[in-house]
Ligand binder design. Structure first.
Ligand code: ZN
Length: 311
């Protein structure tokens, strides 16, 4: 009853003539402490989201607040499961939540579940407001073989997509990155094109899921942060590609490369040269397409340039 003594002091100072005010304050206190309609005070896990409103393609951070240690934290955003690093016996780290660029605007419920020291289940709920990022619409004309796929190309594209889908479901349970990410090129602009809705040769197509940087062919491409090389591939659309696994379901992608300088499974450091800029795959000229996935959500990689609270 941490609120009891101050109220008693207030009442006694007010004296006998102030019963009305005393009753009012007591009623206010009782009302404020009344259990919610769903969860009892004991089983509630307080969760905080920052920010509470996030744009499509953005990142929010979930923190838990508990007076006693909790474990086995599980987080769900809408119907999407999020991996929360909750090492045995340790307080869970803040959880990064990626908002997919096509997540419809509106409120989604974030649901967190954990257990306290005695194994009792704790539950927390918080609304997260998804804001419309109002991505621009871009009209492109590209050569027909890249948009009107023959059966063999279509089969290849589907096979490559399956490889990537399996990768997004592969969650390395430890964090491999340290500190803010960096732009993966030296001396380049702020990057363009994330989330653009694309109309190619007059037809609506999948949105642009990365940020493009112009760079001369052969320019070194640098690892945006430490991680392991999850994939080196030559894909139909992305051309020569590298995907880095930074752990906890966070991946960065580097597309249209002239050549890769790394091998799958290799550990890389932040800023290490991993490739050279090219224009392989479906590219209109030499540039670097930089993308990021956070637990499957397609986020703007530039969201990672600011310090994240897990660092
Ligand atoms: Zn691109």
């Amino acid at each position: 009853m941490p609120d009891g003594p101050p109220l008693a002091r207030v009442s006694s100072r007010l004296g006998r003539g102030s019963w009305g005010l005393g009753i009012f304050l007591t009623a206010l206190l009782v009302f404020a402490r009344a259990p919610g309609p769903v969860l009892s005070e004991e089983a509630r896990l307080v969760i905080r989201l920052a920010p509470e409103r996030v744009k499509q393609g953005g990142v929010a951070v979930l923190r838990t607040e508990s007076p006693t240690p909790i474990r086995a934290l599980r987080v769900q955003v809408g119907d999407r499961r999020i991996l929360a690093a909750s090492p045995e016996g340790q307080t869970p780290q803040p959880v990064l939540i990626g908002i997919d660029l096509e997540q419809p605007p509106g409120t989604v419920l974030v649901h967190a579940e954990a257990a306290d020291g005695s194994g009792r289940a704790l539950l927390g709920l918080a609304p997260l407001l998804i804001l419309d990022a109002r991505f621009p619409v871009q009209r492109l004309t590209v050569s027909r073989p890249f948009v009107e796929l023959d059966a063999a190309s279509l089969e290849r594209v589907n096979r490559e997509k399956a490889v990537l889908d399996r990768l997004w479901e592969t969650l390395t349970p430890e964090r491999l990155w340290r500190g803010p990410f960096r732009i993966p090129l030296e001396g380049t602009g702020p990057g363009v094109g994330f989330g653009e809705r694309r109309i190619i040769n007059g037809e609506a197509r999948a949105p642009h899921t990365g940020t493009d940087y112009s760079a001369p062919p052969g320019a070194p491409v640098l690892a945006a942060n430490a991680g392991t090389v999850a994939l080196v591939a030559d894909h139909f659309f992305a051309g020569t590609s590298i995907i880095l696994d930074h752990g906890l379901g966070l991946y960065t992608m580097y597309f249209h490369l002239q050549e890769s300088l790394v091998q799958p499974g290799q550990r890389v450091e932040r800023g290490q040269a991993i490739a050279r800029v090219g224009s392989t795959g479906r590219a209109t000229g030499p540039h670097l397409h930089w993308g990021a996935r956070l637990q499957g959500a397609r986020i703007d990689p530039r969201e990672l340039l600011q310090p994240l609270p897990v660092d």
